[in-house]
Ligand binder design. Structure first.
Ligand SMILES: Cc1ncc(COP(=O)(O)O)c(C=O)c1O
Length: 396
């Protein structure tokens, strides 16, 4: 991987910044910015509504973007719905589920609020139990807890693929197999996995997969929801209205098939086209190359941090079991003070606080102030990691 060439693809990296907050949102390569700009400057029109050439071109480009994302995840393009973010996709599925007394939902205390609150609300709405599996402080699970929790009453199991708070990779294949043996549906929150390693959704076999386009080089306001085709019929769209119907008369309507069924109203056309360009760019670099390079950077960061006296690293110590999301603490400094100081002394951008993971931080990690969190992506360099480590030493 030619990092220098890659960095030249990101105009923003010409600025004085060491961006270590890609778990929140990634930087955007120039090809994605160009795809968005081109929509507005070359063929700006609504999709699937006009017979004139701009509208035809906009429709074609938007459809092509679905096809590119579907190919990226090895599924049919009918199964890929463009959303505004990962949260929306999870809410769409939670909203659509019809539960009965006695049903249960299984989730975990490792989840981002986006994969926790929709299930809590659903549990309250139907008066059903939401079982919460507890991870260890490193974000690992005992599979026996899933075996005990998932039974014939379980309607859905909703679990994250990678923890945004600890970086831990969750063995979701095992959980999916277990849940399917009990005929439960499975939703995977892929916000922190899809940007960092290759995901073949057909092989993975989950029923639903939601992730953020904006964390995988796409424009903000983009997300991806995979719904297995066999479940399209039983899944109800969140919103209904224009652009997603088959036929409508005064009394009745029938909905379109495929992704159109779940994308009511004018979508984020420019964002969708930009997202198509983003996955094309990721594919060109190669997800395996990205994964290997990020693991090398993560190892360097963790090994370096381990040598700094009084600095506490959270999450798995083994880089094979985590991604480049690295939370840490410094005694007598709040996470916000650490983040502010890193920015001030070395223009380093990290996240601080609760990372939308209050249940984990409060009930498992016992970190009332949250943590500081550095997160890597493939455009970061070893030199940047060195500067980060030097800045931490200076602070301490
Ligand atoms: C694991 C995880 N799930 C869900 C989300 C929510 O993503 P979005 O902001 O795209 O809705 C995030 C965002 O940080 C996340 O890390």
């Amino acid at each position: 991987m030619d990092i220098k060439a890659i960095r030249n693809d990101f105009k923003i990296l010409g600025k004085e910044v060491i961006y270590l907050d890609s778990a929140a949102t990634s930087l955007t390569p120039d090809c994605v910015v160009a795809a968005v700009t081109m929509y507005y400057s070359e063929y700006n029109a609504n999709i699937e509504r006009g017979v004139y050439s701009f509208s035809q071109e906009a429709s074609r480009k938007y459809e092509e973007a679905h096809a590119k994302v579907a190919a990226f995840f090895n599924v049919d393009e009918k199964e890929i719905i463009f959303t505004k973010n990962c949260t929306y996709g999870i809410n769409l599925i939670a909203h659509s589920l019809k539960l009965e007394k006695g049903d249960t939902i299984v989730t975990t205390l490792l989840e981002h609020h986006s994969n926790y609150l929709p299930w809590l609300r659903l549990g309250n709405k139907y008066g059903v139990e939401v079982k919460r599996i507890k991870p260890t402080i490193d974000g690992f699970f005992n599979m026996k807890d899933f075996e005990a929790a998932i039974d014939s009453h379980t309607k859905i199991v909703a679990v994250t693929h990678v923890s945004n708070c600890l970086g831990t990779i969750v063995p979701v294949q095992e959980i999916i197999a277990l849940a399917h043996r009990k005929h439960a549906l499975v939703l995977i929150d892929g916000a922190q996995s899809a940007p960092h390693f290759s995901i073949n959704l057909k092989d993975l076999g989950c029923d639903f997969f939601s992730c953020s386009g904006h964390k995988m080089l796409g424009p903000t306001g983009t997300g991806i929801l995979y719904i297995k085709e066999a479940l399209h019929e039983s899944t109800e769209p969140f919103e209904i209205g224009g652009g997603m119907i088959d036929e409508v008369d005064v009394e009745h309507y029938t909905l379109a098939q495929g992704w159109e069924k779940f994308e009511a109203g004018t979508p984020n056309i420019a964002g969708g086209v930009g997202l198509g360009a983003a996955v094309q760019y990721l594919k060109k670099i190669g997800m395996k190359n990205i994964e290997d390079y990020e693991r090398k950077l993560t190892r360097k960061m963790i090994e370096g941090m381990k040598t700094i006296k009084n600095l506490v690293i959270l999450g798995p110590q083994d880089p094979e079991k985590r991604t480049g999301v690295v939370p840490f603490k410094i005694p007598n400094m709040t996470p916000h003070e650490i983040a502010f100081t890193l920015d001030e002394i070395a223009h380093i951008a990290i996240r601080s606080g609760f990372h939308c993971c209050h249940p984990l931080l409060k009930s498992i990690l016992n970190e009332p102030d949250g943590t500081a969190r550095a997160s890597l992506y493939f455009y970061n360099t070893e030199e940047e990691v060195d500067i980060f480590l030097d800045a931490l030493k200076e602070i301490l």
